[in-house]
Design a protein around this ligand. Structure first.
Ligand code: FAD
Ligand code: DLZ
Ligand code: SF4
Length: 518
């Protein structure tokens, strides 16, 4: 019997659950390039090029194994441009006895899949995605107990279960978490190493031309394009990171520096999320480097926690809380996303730097996303759905299962604390301490009010004032609210006034014409 096995753009893993029992003599792998996926948000040009090129290369490697791949190109005139439409056309071509799938990364696509068995009158088998350490069902069971509902306890459970960085029941180095060592600003004169980038081959070149022609109006620069698009190249990038950056990953994990896009970060999230690398092999290689004495424990643990802990935890939250998760708006934030998120045109140097990096590379590191562009959206009270669409569009690694909990939960606190117990609100002083953005900015991080005052300063207090009823009772917010309580009434008024004026001066969000979806 012949099975049709649909492989999605973020499922480019040979060991994928729906490919393990593939019979090359009978089965057909279906891969489809569809406009619906390129346009449900106006994805960064590099993100589209990366995924389409990685898909085309993955199809080639399957074919080289003797597997039949039915690959529908974006510019195929018969393309219906949706997953459902292309699956139906492929069923007509191949007359399979059933469809085999791996569960998708996004709720949106999961919903689509529920209708396919009826629509096609065929058995549709949806398998669990075992590329994660923790399955969807597993997560729900593991986090039922209240204590393990938080990331840190969940993470310890997974460490115990997998034995990663463990000596029996004891964590390596005697602690579960070395974050206290991981908050150093970048010392003057320390230059991060050059990163491995990959020159486009002929296949990537043709995808770049396609993206330029069809999605030229989308956000971001298409070139230079240096992402790995094959598993071999992604493995090279991983090994290069482990050898040159991982030893200092921990120390400078929270640092930011103008002109340094990558610092000591791994840049592997696009590869992990589309399947070119697996979380297990990444953790195993980092652990091996630690065991070999090449990497200190604060770096190895800090890096592995992001993948074994945060990445798994946010996925678990997404699948246990959706679809209601996306609808909540705990802080009732309603303002429009300022237009400068799409243009980078703002005198706030920190914002201009982070948005500039994003435009050029389809990447920004965690602290830039959390403490600069995220922090601003939180303080400014931007409507969660608007800032979520931005994050989902602009990063090469953005898929809703990982983007949404990070933005809706970690950044915007719109989930009322399901993900993190308090909002990460911070004023200009934090940004000044952790980066070199402020010297050279039009604003001064030390001034609280007035024309040259850093907007993060008054917006921070304005945020606390606007959300007093909701946040003042949070014990982790007690300190700033005690300070606010002592603030003279006229200063409070001045903060509210300065914030209102500043926010009114930002052009509201209407997608710049060239970004509007066709
Ligand atoms: P490194 O710093 O080298 O970390 C290693 C790996 O750990 C990453 O590749 C990633 O797989 C994982 N990781 C680290 N932090 C997180 C986290 N908070 N949640 C999940 N995984 C994590 N990550 C995405 O993969 N896709 C997104 O769409 C995404 N959106 C984000 C939006 C916001 C507002 C914030 C604050 C974070 C977001 N992250 C997202 C998490 C994190 O910022 C990126 O994974 C990271 O910056 C990717 O760069 P890197 O590979 O160099 O990471
Ligand atoms: C993001 C993306 C884009 C731009 N294009 C495609 C595509 O043409 N074909 C495809 O299979 N997947 C694409 N993707 C990734 C999908 O959006 C992703 O697989 C779903 O969000 C499910 O998680
Ligand atoms: Fe950003 Fe304020 Fe520093 Fe300017 S002064 S770079 S706006 S934190």
């Amino acid at each position: 019997t012949r099975h049709l096995r649909l492989v999605l753009g973020d499922q480019l893993t040979r060991g994928l659950a729906s490919l393990t029992d593939l019979d090359p003599a009978q089965d057909v792998v279906l891969m489809v390039e569809v406009a619906a996926e390129a346009q449900y948000v106006p994805h960064h040009k590099q993100k589209i090029a990366f995924l389409l090129s990685a898909m085309r290369h993955f199809a080639e490697t399957l074919r080289a194994e003797g597997i039949t791949v039915d690959y529908v190109l974006l510019d195929d005139p018969a393309n219906s441009h949706s997953f459902g439409g292309e699956l139906a056309r492929a069923v007509a071509r191949h007359a399979p006895s059933g469809i085999v799938l791996t569960e998708p990364g996004e709720w949106r696509v999961w919903q689509m899949m529920q209708g396919w068995a009826d629509a096609l009158s065929l058995p549709v088998e949806i398998r669990a995605d075992d590329r994660f350490f923790c399955t969807r069902g597993d997560f729900a069971a593991l986090t039922k107990a209240r204590k393990t509902g938080r990331m840190e306890f969940f993470y310890r459970q997974i460490r115990r279960r997998t034995g990663i960085l463990m000596q029996g029941q004891v964590p390596q180095g005697g602690q579960w978490n070395f974050d206290a060592d991981n908050r150093k600003p970048l010392p003057r004169g320390l230059r991060p190493p050059a990163r491995l980038r990959f020159a486009p081959d002929a296949l990537t070149r043709s995808v770049l031309d396609l993206v330029a022609a069809r999605f030229g109006h989308h956000f971001g620069d298409l070139e230079p394009f240096g992402w790995a698009v094959t598993r071999d190249a992604a493995l090279q990038a991983l090994d290069h990171f482990i050898a040159t950056c991982l030893p200092r990953f921990g120390d400078y994990q929270d640092a930011m520096k103008a002109g340094e896009d990558f610092l000591f970060h791994s840049l592997i999230s696009p590869y992990l999320n589309c399947g070119l690398l697996t979380a297990r092999e990444v953790c195993a290689r980092a652990e091996a480097a630690f065991q070999a004495g090449a990497v200190p424990i604060n770096a190895a643990e800090g890096f592995i926690r992001q993948i074994l802990g945060w990445r798994e935890f946010v996925r678990g939250i997404y699948w246990t809380e959706m679809p209601a998760y996306a609808q909540s708006n705990h802080l009732n934030a309603q303002r429009d996303l300022p237009g400068f998120y799409w243009t980078g045109d703002t005198p706030m140097r920190c914002m201009a730097e982070c948005i500039g990096t994003t435009r050029r590379t389809a990447y920004a590191h965690h602290i830039q996303r959390l403490m600069i562009t995220g922090n601003f959206a939180l303080l400014a009270g931007v409507a969660p759905a608007q800032i979520e669409d931005w994050y989902l569009a602009v990063y090469a690694d953005a898929f809703e299962w990982v983007e949404l909990p990070n933005v809706h939960g970690m950044v915007m606190h719109a989930d009322g604390g399901r993900l993190g117990s308090k909002p990460y609100a911070a004023s200009g002083a934090y940004i000044n301490r952790m980066s070199d953005y402020c010297p050279g900015c039009a604003f001064d991080p030390k001034q609280k009010l007035g024309a040259r005052a850093c907007p993060f300063n008054y917006l921070y207090w304005n945020f606390l004032i606007e959300n007093e009823a909701t946040l003042a009772r949070n014990p982790r917010m007690a300190l700033p609210y005690r300070t606010l309580a002592k603030m003279p009434a006229d200063q409070r008024q001045a903060i509210i006034h300065a914030s209102a004026q500043f926010l009114a001066g930002q052009a509201g969000w209407s997608p710049p014409a060239q970004l509007r979806l066709d």
